[in-house]
Design a protein. Structure first.
Length: 755
């Protein structure tokens, strides 16, 4: 007996687990059961995403109805409850409900209600409106009369070989069928099951009339057709395969303005434009394939294209340019298109009185947003101003970019010269309302969306200010680099071999001093740094890059905090959250420092960032500098708990003045906690004056602050050897040359002699 009771209870539980609608349909429709007699939309309880209803059902309640089913549906062709619609169960005696589940603002729904009875029977549906003429709810608006009629506003726009048709959506349409044919033909081309309200037809005949029509479909129901017509444009008589200067000039005059993404043009021979005035071209959307040919004899004052969104490939540009605009590249002022195997040999010379508003000067593109691959700049880019400069970006390939660069190179000389950089308000690192000059071999100013792979610079980079004492206030920070000045993204497997010269002097060669007069320059063989990175300023990754180019740095700005790095000058913000990283990078380029600026010098990085698996084997010569300067073969100044592992320091450092710290791995360790340094080695030679006393193979000078510093571990000590002012480091004396002011309280360096 007990077993039977248990089985019966289990059956009841299983029955209860079924959905209410599934159970209800077992009894089925009983048309004799009274339904709802009045079903109305209730504006008071409705809202932007809610549809409210009221009803009366006295007869249904008297007949024993226990609940109501409200359904909002896009298909009322069946008497059954539909899947994927909004279903709401309301229990008697309630006679109102607000429905919000599974409905969307701005969409149409039919609404209906039925009464449910014991035994899982239910009445016929009662419709909002009537069964023969149902009304619809437009969520957020109210009840609307809806007829399933032909789409309205069928329109089309044409080109020579295509047209695009558009039409208004039809409420409750599931799909659309679009058809077209030449007006002279009786056979329609049919495109069915469209779920959008537009369609583009390509590959048509020019100057030909076409009939078009469209209908809406809902299950087996179809509307009447909406009809229209369109005539394609007259075909161009222009020959797209250009062989002469005249044809190319005609291309610029007539074709560029009407070009589309399907327009294709080629050069079948070199084009010589010497002595020919070119029209200004606002836009080009097509494809220009140079097929390995050159456009020669260019004498540009404006770019070939002002706004370029198409594709240019296999083309060389030759000539000269004296830009008359502040946004210039020999190919384009602004590009959202793609460039591939484009070579610029145009020598560019831009000369102005002063630069205040944003000025972008480059070999190929002023402001680039599209992809750029296997492109080269071989032309010189020279910017000269007789007054102050600010908001300036200069690059061999692009001045400003949020584009991807792959296998690009620069061999042209890049030079910027002016009396001084104008004041740039301090403290606006991330907002960037203005920026100090940014100059590099490939890209001046990189912004969100930038990346670079497999690229190189062999051209000389020169940034020169001749009278920095003439400017007012602080200048923070001028960025100069072999590849990318202001970096914000990733740079992979790229190299610099070109010489970089920074020359920022006062008119009398007396030091520029005084409160609020900092004049900071950040220079690197690969990148200047991401001081101007975007809102979050999380950092730039520089991976597997190398520099062998010499860096010569001269500055008379005494009140400064400049950085010089063989790979990167100012890696990123010095905050703990920065992820600026140099990984598996190497430097062999000589670094020379002169002047009176406070400067942080590193064979890999001048300022602080994550440095992993890097090696340096170079010469560092400091002829003169502010006595607060620091230098090392890996990182000039290291702070925060940034990762510092697997680095190898080699080379010779000659210091001919007093500086605060000369290190093998780190020049100066800031007053921040750090636990790192494993896997590191230093085998360096130092020749200094007697004034420089903080010399160490691991670190030149450690801050005496209270934060703990642990470099290396007992199991993995830092390996050191070398020579300090004629004294060879040995197993018996190496402890004396670990750090210049080491040991200190709360500071621990694990080191061992050897390699």
């Amino acid at each position: 007996m007990k077993k039977s009771i248990i089985i019966f209870a289990a059956c009841l539980l299983a029955l209860a687990a079924c959905t209410r609608e599934t159970i209800m349909t077992r009894g089925g429709l009983d048309a004799s059961k009274p339904g709802v007699t009045s079903f109305n939309y209730d504006e008071a309880s409705s809202g932007a995403k809610v549809a409210g209803f009221t009803w009366t059902a006295d007869k249904a309640v008297s007949a024993g109805a226990t609940s109501y089913t409200i359904e909002l549906t896009k298909d009322i062709t069946t008497s059954e409850v539909q899947n994927g619609t909004s279903i709401t169960i309301v229990y008697t005696p309630e006679t109102s409900a607000a429905v919000s589940k599974d409905i969307k603002a701005g969409e149409y729904y039919y609404a209906r209600i039925r009464a449910n009875y014991p035994g899982f029977f239910y009445s016929n549906w009662t419709y909002l409106g009537s069964e023969s003429n149902p009304q619809a709810v437009l969520v957020g608006t109210g009840v609307v009369e809806v007829s399933f009629s032909a789409p309205a506003n069928l329109k089309a726009t044409a080109t020579e070989t295509s047209f695009k048709a558009t039409w208004d959506s039809v409420p409750f349409a599931q799909t659309y069928t679009f058809e077209y044919k030449p007006a002279s033909s009786g056979e329609w081309s049919v495109v069915d099951e469209l779920t959008v309200t537009s369609y583009e037809v390509e590959g048509l005949v020019g100057q030909t009339a076409y009939d078009i029509r469209v209908k809406a479909v809902q299950g087996s129901k179809e509307t009447d057709y909406a009809t229209g017509s369109i005539t394609t444009l007259e075909p161009s008589k222009f020959k797209p395969n250009m062989t002469t200067a005249g044809e190319f000039v005609e291309f610029l005059k007539t074709e560029c303005a009407v070009s589309t993404s399907t327009s294709e043009y080629t050069l079948e021979a070199d084009i010589d434009l010497a002595g020919i005035a070119l029209p200004e071209v606002e836009t080009f959307k097509g494809t220009l394939d140079g097929k390995g040919h050159s456009i020669k004899g260019l004498n540009l004052t404006t770019p070939l294209f002002a706004d370029f969104s198409g594709s240019v490939k296999n083309l060389t540009l030759e000539g000269t340019a004296t830009p008359s605009t502040q946004l210039f590249g020999a190919l384009a002022a602004k590009s959202t298109g793609s460039l591939s195997k484009v070579v610029n040999k145009v020598s560019i010379s831009y000369s102005v009185d002063a630069i205040i508003t944003e000025t972008l000067i480059a070999g190929l593109v002023g402001n680039a947003s599209g992809s750029i691959s296997e492109c080269r700049n071989e032309g010189s880019v020279t910017v000269t101003a007789s007054g102050g400069i600010v908001n300036l970006a200069v690059g061999g390939i692009a001045a400003k970019a949020n584009a991807s660069f792959e296998k690009c190179s620069n061999s042209g000389s890049i030079s910027v010269e002016s009396p001084y950089a104008s004041m740039r308000k301090a403290g606006t690192i991330v907002a960037v309302p203005d920026y100090a000059p940014c100059v590099a071999g490939l890209v001046g100013f990189a912004i969100d969306g930038f990346s670079m792979t497999g690229s190189s610079n062999s051209g000389s980079i020169t940034y020169r200010n001749t009278t920095i004492d003439k400017t007012d206030g602080a200048v923070e920070r001028i960025l100069v680099a072999g590849l990318v000045a202001a970096s914000n993204g990733s740079i992979f497997t790229s190299a610099n071999t070109g010489k970089i010269v920074i020359d920022t002097k006062t008119s009398s060669r007396e030091p520029r001093t005084g409160s609020g007069t900092s004049y900071i320059v950040c220079v690197g063989g690969i990148a200047g740094g991401d001081y101007y990175a975007g809102e979050t300023q999380t950092g730039t990754t520089i991976d597997s890059c190398s520099n062998s180019g010499e860096i010569e740095f001269i500055s008379d700005a005494a009140n400064a905090n400049s950085t010089v790095g063989g790979i990167v000058g100012w890696p990123g913000v010095e905050g703990a959250g920065s992820i600026s990283t140099a990984n598996k990078c190497s430097n062999t380029g000589k670094i020379t420092i002169d002047g009176v600026s406070k400067v942080r010098v590193g064979g890999i990085a001048g300022g602080s960032g994550h440095i992993t698996g890097c090696d340096n084997d170079s010469e560092i010569v400091i002829t003169s500098a502010n006595n607060a300067s620091v230098a090392a073969f890996i990182c000039g100044f290291h702070t925060q708990n940034h990762v510092f592992t697997g680095n190898t320091a080699k080379g010779k450092m000659e210091v001919k003045c007093k500086i605060d710290g000369a290190g093998g791995l780190i020049g100066g360790q800031g007053n921040q906690k750090i636990e790192s340094g494993t896997g590191c080695k230093a085998n360096c030679s130092f020749v200094t004056t007697s004034e420089t006393t903080n010399i160490g193979l691991v670190v030149g000078k450690i801050s005496s602050g209270g934060n703990a510093v642990v470099l290396g571990t007992e199991a993995d000590p830092i390996k050191i050897k070398g020579n300090v002012n004629g004294t060879e480091i040995t197993a018996s004396n190496y402890m004396n040359y670990i750090g210049g002011n080491y040991p200190l309280d709360n500071k621990t360096i694990y080191a061992a002699f050897g390699e």
